[in-house]
Structures are given as structure tokens and as C-alpha cells.
Ligand binder design. Sequence first.
Ligand code: GUN
Length: 282
Amino acid sequence: MILLDGAKVAHERNLMLKEMIEKDILKYKRAPSLSIILVGDNPASQSYVKGKGKACDLVGITHKLYNLKEDIKESELSTLIEELNHDDNVDGILLQLPISKHLNESKLIDLISKDKDADGFHVVNQGYLYQKKPTICPATPKGIMTLLKSYDINVSGMDAVVIGRSNIVGFPIARLLMDAGATITVCHRQTKDLAFHTRTADLLIVSAGRAELVTQDMVKPGAIVVDVGVNRVDGKLVGDVFFQGVSQVASYLSPVPKGVGPMTINALMENTYELYLKHVQN
Ligand code: GUN
């Protein structure tokens, strides 16, 4: 089994990005900048946001964190987003999800300017993605595609099974894999017989949000398995794939941590850089 070492690939890409940003700072007289909005004190979100800030520091993206109270009024959050939309020194805006239940998540995401949408979650950017037009691509699916490419994995003609249908991972990765020539099955909570589908997969992408859901018996020998899950069990991070078992049968497998997570953050850095270039070149 070959480990899909996201931490290594992401670090190499971040170093390349750092070099490009250094040159562009001289050319455009300012660094790219990312504004991160975190609502409340969810420990997982705090940890993700910290990782994003650290990556910004490494590659040379200036970043500012807006840590807002859990019970912030929607109107206050809207005002902040509008201000950032109009701030000429801001290239990218990210609203860390999930946000408090009383806030209208989809409305707030769509309030972020589509030209500053570092996550690629804006309805217009997702529309471009689904119509196969150039756009900012959601970070996790983009990171997964980059990880597969880094290992020279060509998905064309593969039978790919995606577990999960979220707007953040499942749905967009299905689209990207289809565009890359794979045949796609998307499984979810209502799927009658999950193992029946997963056993057909040449490529299995697991984004179910359930610790160690996928076991060895559910994986075809030689399959490529990408684990998007991050679950805390007894103080330890585990994925949605039972690593020890599945590593016995898979040809490639991404670990948790140090698999998809760092690739997501690298893709976010690349997205912010892309938004910056469009912004300064206009
Ligand atoms: N929550 C879980 N994944 C993500 C992500 O990629 N971006 C944001 N903003 N929130 C998330």
C-alpha cells in the first residue's frame, strides 16, 4: 500500500507558492490577504482556523481573524462581510463552517463577494463549477484532485464511489471526478447497501463524517481510498476509514491526520493567491 502523503505534497506546494508570492509582492507592492471569520468557539473549527493561519504565515499571505460571539446578530455579521467585500486590501474572505444555527448560512455565504470567495462556496462559483467553467474550486475537492495527480493517478475510466453529498466535499468532488473521466456513484445516508457500492470502487472517496465507517471487507483489493473524515475518538483523531484494516487491501490510502487536511489548506492558499492575482491585475 502506498500512503497518499498529503502533508508532504502540501508542504512542497506551499513552498513553491511562497516563492511565487515573494516575487509578486515585489511586483504588486503588497502581499495577498485573507480574512477569516470564525463564529463561536467550536474546538474543531478553532483548530482548522489555526492551521489556516499557520499556512498563511508560511506562504506569505497576510491574514486577519474575526472571532465573533456565538450569539452574534445576523445583521452584524452581514455588515462585517459587506465591509470586507468593499475593503480593497482584502483578496479573500472565508466564513468557517459550521456557524450558529440562528444564522442563515447559505445567505451569508452568498453575501461574500464571488470575487473574494476563497472557499468557492458562493452559489455563482458553484454554478460555474457545475457548468465546467473556470472558477474558484472548493478547497477539499481541489486538494483531493491535486493529491491524486501528484501520485500520477489518472482517474479516467475508473469506477469512483463517493460517500457523502455535501456542498463542501461530496457533491463537488463527484463533479470533478466525472469531468476527469471517472464513472461516479454517490452514496449517502439513504443508500440501501453501502458495501455493495463501495466494493465496486476503483477509487473510493469517503466523506461521511462517521468514524471508521469503511472497513476492509467493504473495499475491493487494489482500490485507491481517500479518507476525508476527521473524527475525535477517545482524544485521538481518526478518519472515516478503518486505517489498519483497509491498508491491508488498498493500493493507495490517505491517512488521517496528514492526508486530505493539509491538501485542503494548501488549496485554500492557492485559491487566495488566485483571487489576489485577479484583484491586483485588474
Ligand atoms: N468547515 C469544514 N470544512 C470547511 C471548509 O473547507 N471551509 C470552511 N469555511 N469551513 C469548513
